[in-house]
Design a protein around this ligand. Structure first.
Ligand code: IVH
Length: 690
């Protein structure tokens, strides 16, 4: 029982409070990780956790092993203890083709029939994603987490309890009731794809080691001696099977067994499905393959398991794999090929990105002949040379990358890659400040490559959202010297546009309309569109909210800039440098001169009025942290007229989450649409100065 070890000195009230907090946190964890239906915001969860921490710090006797505060143990281990698996952790046979899958189904049927089983028309299978992570066995005794171990050789694994405890999706005690005396649940620990990308990007930024793929990330994190390190790794888990079990009448079907695991709080993959016969298996395989890129976890195929667990016993195992399951693999996401050369591409801020030109190779469903090498440090870290055989990885919609060199295949005479001394596009010098991984062309907007990228960024959806101004068009506009800076875009006319390749009268008209439309923007979008180094959307918004308008921001020194939440010395220096550059000031003023405008955030009464007053506004969708009435009230105080239906007369549609038909109508009528979070004046945290 929670709290049963507490001494008499602990006041009953504190004990009850600690128990209640633990219960609440446990319940929220279950909702968040298993049901995927969080019922409170993260901030509230953090507050509950903090309250429990404080209480436990005050009364050490209140700390229980299953307390959510006890995920990270105190000290690093010196080695891993061995764990023997009472029920071996088997591996799976593979099928690489449809024929092999049909063959598997035929074998299963034959065996069952010769054992006298009534098989029927089609065998039922549970089809599950084959997760690409690291296998673990997690043991619960009477509902409490006892230990967790890696697969090892299948018979003996390593005790990684200290690390598995740090994974928030692993319950320290089971939910629900009627827990078996012993429940060993088999699972895959993995690093969600988005987290993997984020982790690697951050590691690259601080010149740290990157992971080759999410599987290595998961396996490497589990094998850390210091749980503090593992706790920093964004790991997740899906349970899919059983090891030793005592005191539980396991349901006869794999899918019902998974359901029961879930009610005990063990997270299962939501994408499994019961299917009939090989045709059902194939339909599932194809559907999952089509969704592969959008799944947040990495998979390398599908596992089909005979659904009846009784039949598992009838079928048995061969060597180390069961006869009742098979893994149907997807085409590989990693392949090897030869690096033919390296070219450097120039980005918006002049950063030179090394691009590997490869011997074409089929990987992740497409033929890849170019892959990124990220930056110069990455080239050094991989020690990659022209002529090398390299591992190329293409997962989902992520750009293909060179992740490894196959060292033993290095040919004689493989050439080292020299950092460029001059920009390959404009010939300007290349600078690489000490300690930086990135080399940059110093040409600035003199460099046509940088100009093109700056314009692309300026026009992009999350910046000025200029519909129809695509890459090809920008190339022509820059190469033909029609446009040098973003401000020049607003001087384009029908005639100039129609002189361009593949530009008809209608497209030219549409583009001019889109340009005109883009003039009315928001300050965060405008700041983001300027492409100031290290100013992403979030920073642009923070700057806009803090300074209220452009002039005070342009005048701010680094000290003033650092007062903005999340703006440190580096961002402050970049912002300052941007506005200190006369050319940039000129562009900004030219843009404003050409009618680019936004509602001011600062002095609501003075300047905002000029923008909002008389505007007809419609609100739609669910607003976060604000009722419809509050939003209406704020808008009206700013001088806007809030109406309920979208018509030709509407000036602006403000959208929250799940906007529906009004959004469609507004788009149809070409009415400007702004998401509510883009309007700091409607942000509940900001006091309007009225
Ligand atoms: S069942 C005896 N189900 O694949 C059954 N395994 O190649 C073996 N894996 O070690 C496990 N996703 O780490 C099963 N849905 C899934 C799986 C899965 C990934 C891994 C697991 C196992 C390996 C076998």
């Amino acid at each position: 029982m929670a709290g049963s070890g507490a001494g008499a000195r602990v006041p009953a009230k504190a004990r009850r409070r600690a128990e209640a907090l633990r219960e609440q946190l446990h319940d929220h964890n279950y909702r968040y990780y298993v049901l995927d239906e969080p019922s409170i915001p993260d901030a509230e969860y953090d507050r509950l956790m903090q309250a429990l921490r404080e209480l436990e710090a005050e009364h050490r006797e209140l700390v229980t092993p299953d307390s959510p505060t006890q995920r990270v143990g105190a000290s690093p281990a010196t080695s891993f203890a061995e764990v023997s698996h009472a029920v071996p952790m088997q591996s799976l046979d593979n099928a690489f083709s449809i024929d092999e899958l049909r063959e598997f189904d035929r074998r299963v049927r034959q065996r069952l029939e010769s054992a006298g089983e009534e098989v029927g028309d089609a065998i039922e299978y549970t089809a599950e994603p084959k997760l690409d992570g690291a296998a673990v066995s997690v043991r619960y005794e009477n509902g409490m987490l006892a230990w967790a171990a890696t697969r090892g050789d299948g018979v003996t694994g390593e005790d990684v309890t200290h690390n598995v405890r740090t994974i928030k999706a692993v319950p320290l005690r089971l939910s629900g009731s009627d827990h078996p005396a012993v429940l060993e649940a088999r699972a895959e620990v993995f690093m969600p794809r988005a987290e993997f990308e984020r982790y690697n990007a951050a590691a690259r930024e601080r010149d740290d080691r990157t992971f080759v793929n999410p599987r290595n990330a998961a396996a490497g994190s589990l094998r850390q001696l210091d749980p503090q390190v593992t706790a920093q790794r964004p790991l997740d888990i899906f349970f899919f099977g059983l090891g030793e079990v005592d005191g539980w009448e396991v349901p006869d079907s794999q899918s019902r067994m998974l359901e029961q695991l879930r009610t005990w709080g063990l997270r299962t993959c939501p994408d499994h499905q019961r299917v009939k016969g090989p045709d059902g298996c194939l339909a599932y395989y194809e559907a999952l393959q089509a969704r592969r890129a959008e799944l947040d976890y990495e998979i390398d195929g599908v596992v089909y398991k005979v659904d009846s667990r009784r039949w598992h016993e009838v079928l048995g195992s061969v060597s180390r794999a069961p006869r009742w399951a098979i893994a149907h693999k997807f085409p590989a996401q990693e392949e090897i090929t030869v690096l033919k050369s390296v070219e450097f591409q120039v980005g918006r801020t002049g950063a030179l990105t090394p691009v590997a030109r490869l011997e074409p190779v089929f990987v992740g469903g497409v033929t890849v002949s170019n892959a990124t090498l990220h930056n110069l440090d990455e080239i050094e870290r991989l020690d990659v040379r022209v002529g090398d055989t390299v591992v190329v990885r293409r997962a989902g919609d992520v750009i293909p990358q060179v992740v490894q060199v196959v060292a033993e295949r290095r040919p004689k005479g493989a050439r080292r890659i020299k950092p460029p001394t001059h920009c390959p596009v404009c010939g300007s010098d290349v600078a690489r400040p000490a300690g930086e991984a990135v080399a940059r062309c110093v040409g600035g907007l003199y460099c046509s490559a940088q100009r093109k990228e700056a314009l692309r960024h300026f026009a992009s959806r999350r910046a000025m959202d200029i519909d129809g101004l695509g890459t090809r068009l920008i190339e022509q506009l820059v190469d033909g010297e029609f446009v040098k800076t973003p401000a020049d875009l607003y001087d384009l006319d029908q005639q100039t546009l129609m002189s361009l390749e593949r530009m008809g009268e209608k497209s030219a008209e549409n583009l001019l309309a889109a340009l005109d439309h883009s003039r009315e923007t928001t300050l965060p979008r405008f700041l983001f569109a300027l492409g100031i180094r290290s100013v992403g959307e979030a920073t642009a918004k923070a700057l806009a909210e803090h300074f209220g308008d452009l002039e005070p921001l342009m005048a701010a020194d680094e000290e003033a800039l650092e007062e903005v939440p999340d703006v440190g010395p580096i961002v402050a220096a970049h912002v300052r440098a941007f506005f200190a550059e006369p050319h940039n000031l000129e562009v900004v003023r030219a843009l404003v001169g050409k009618g680019v405008r936004w509602p001011s955030i600062g002095s609501v009464q003075a300047s905002v009025k000029s923008w909002w007053s008389g505007k007809r506004v419609v609100i739609t969708g669910t607003l976060d942290g604000l009722t419809r009435e509050e939003a209406k009230d704020k808008l009206e105080r700013l001088g806007a007229k809030v109406t309920t239906s979208v018509s030709q007369k509407t000036d602006l549609l403000i959208t929250g989450k799940d906007a529906g038909s009004k959004l469609d109508k507004a788009k149809e009528l070409g009415i400007r649409v702004v998401e509510i979070h883009e309007l700091p004046e409607l942000n509940p945290q900001i006091e309007s100065t009225s």
